[in-house]
Design a protein around this ligand. Structure first.
Ligand code: FE2
Ligand code: FE2
Length: 176
């Protein structure tokens, strides 16, 4: 038998009417909201830094006619940007403010912005950044546990794609 007790319908209805100003955040929300928003903002910074790094690598690789790598870089840049959007959207749902201030991005990002002076260096730095993101997202997922299933699912979806990115960069690196 499960330990979880279901709340009766009258209590649910009553609770939902209280504090309607909190929007999606109900009394049943079990996570430390401030801490979740902080983690989301750090991850947002990571995604934005990764978007910028992949953009730089896309344009540089196009310049040296490395078309296969360039295509991968562009696809990743666009996907990192989509990740950033999902995180920002969740921050707002939780009553926070997404931090897009450029002055804070590299400071808050888990992964680094490394320009890379040749194709091999670019791919290597992208792989390193993906591995940092993978580890930090996995930790965040474990930290959230079952306290905020929606935020957790967002991180799980992003993590799965970062693992694909790391795999792509690892394949590219082998051919260089
Ligand atoms: Fe990402
Ligand atoms: Fe990625």
């Amino acid at each position: 038998m499960s330990n979880s007790v279901l709340t009766d319908i009258e209590t649910l209805r009553h609770r939902a009417r209280e504090h309607v100003e909190n929007g999606a955040i109900t009394e049943g929300y079990k996570a430390d909201r401030e801490e979740i928003i902080r983690l989301l903002n750090e991850s947002l910074a990571t995604e934005l830094v990764c978007t910028l790094r992949y953009k730089r690598h896309y344009f540089m690789a196009s310049g040296i006619k490395a078309s296969v790598a360039a295509e991968e870089f562009l696809e990743h840049a666009n996907q990192e940007s989509e990740h950033a959007d999902k995180l920002a959207e969740r921050i707002v749902q939780l009553g926070g403010e997404p931090d897009f201030n450029p002055d804070n991005l590299s400071k808050n990002s888990h992964a680094q912005y490394v320009a890379g002076s040749n194709l091999k260096e670019m791919v290597l730095e992208d792989l390193v950044a993906e591995r940092i993101a993978i580890d930090s997202y996995r930790e965040i997922i474990q930290y959230i546990g079952d306290k905020d299933p929606t935020t957790r699912r967002i991180f799980e979806d992003i993590l799965a794609q970062e693992e694909e990115h790391a795999d792509d960069m690892s394949d590219l690196l082998e051919g260089l």
